[in-house]
Design a protein around this ligand. Structure first.
Ligand code: LMR
Length: 329
């Protein structure tokens, strides 16, 4: 009898302990990305982790996986949909399988500067895009800036004809492919993790990136020239799995939403300074000449690339392109 009672007691006790442990298990948010930590997105992910763990204590644990260390391009979206990660922030160029509307952000020479990008992202049309993929289980939580892209190559690119015949790495975006075809160059889709090696081995001759991505991936070591073209945008949409997000306890979700809003403001405030700092670090490294275009030369690039807009107008929607253009003021 005694034996039985002791056994039952031990069993009940272990069940209780297991139950308690379960109740105390934190919600794990895996945040995977493809860039280095010293970039706008890398910093944003770390800021999110710090604030979430500070303010939600034992309820939430955020694991950040930078540099394609968990999932690279092409796999991270699938991982989000399968629930293998809970947050990612792909570049706006990487959504075309899920919506054609976001292609608006890839149109060359659309935005005059980052202030215009900001105005469009915060406009009613820009905000609507955040929820446009919910039927596909993707919820947009905000836009994070990186910045405007610069062209790089091993020969100086001053006029569009200088790019003729060169192979340029592009993200997985039909708009970006067309952009390089417009100057009679050869676009090659390639995942971000492969770009440095691609440039080093000559699989591609050039690329387009903001300074922060060039510097943090050491691309300047394998590119003799950067043309400060500011011809297009590389920004991100911070996204989560809709089912996961909607299934969070309301208090946790509410706090995370506040944190996301704060981090978004901070990332967008700091991105430009980070890019300018990296431009200076590239100059200091002495590996790469940075070419400034004259107004006339920049006009030539714009004229050569702008016909791409009309090719995608039907898919993106003429009204959305107009709304984006209006943000230039
Ligand atoms: C790229 O593939 O060039 C970028 O999308 C990488 C990034 O996330 O900034």
């Amino acid at each position: 009898m005694f034996k039985f009672t002791a056994k039952a007691l031990a069993c009940a006790l272990s069940l209780t302990i297991a139950g308690l442990a379960q109740a105390a298990d934190p919600i794990v948010i895996k945040f995977s990305h493809v860039v280095a930590e010293n970039t706008p997105k890398g910093q944003g992910a770390l800021m999110f982790k710090q604030l979430a763990e500070e303010r939600l204590g034992d309820k939430v644990r955020v694991e950040v996986y930078p540099n394609s260390s968990l999932f690279g391009d092409g796999k991270e979206m699938e991982a989000l949909l399968l629930g293998d990660v809970q947050m990612i922030a792909p570049s706006l160029a990487k959504f075309e399988q899920y919506t054609k509307q976001l292609q608006v952000f890839d149109l060359p020479f659309l935005f005059d500067d980052m202030a215009a990008v900001d105005r469009f992202q915060q406009s009613a049309e820009g905000q609507k895009l955040l929820t446009s993929m919910e039927s596909k289980n993707i919820t947009g939580l905000g836009y994070w800036h990186n910045g405007l892209k610069q062209l790089s190559a091993n020969k100086p690119l001053r006029e569009p004809k200088d790019a003729r015949g060169l192979k340029f790495r592009v993200q997985a975006s039909a708009v970006l492919e067309e952009q390089f075809k417009a100057v009679r160059a050869n676009p090659r889709k390639m995942s971000f993790a492969e770009v440095y090696q691609g440039l080093q081995t000559g699989v591609v001759n050039g690329a387009e990136n903001p300074y922060s991505n060039i510097y943090s991936q050491k691309m300047h070591e394998v590119q003799k020239y950067i043309t400060e073209s500011n011809h297009g945008l590389l920004d991100y949409m911070l996204i989560t799995n809709t089912q996961f997000w909607d299934g969070l306890p309301a208090d946790v979700r509410g706090e995370l939403e506040k944190i996301v809003a704060e981090v978004t403001v901070e990332v967008n405030k700091q991105a430009d300074a980070l890019n300018q700092g990296d431009k200076q670090r590239i100059l200091d490294a002495g590996t790469t000449e940075i070419i400034q275009l004259t107004a006339e030369q920049r006009g030539q690039w714009r004229d050569a690339m702008k016909p791409v807009w009309s090719k995608f107008e039907a898919e993106i929607g003429a009204d959305l392109i107009k709304a984006a253009q209006a943000a230039n003021q």
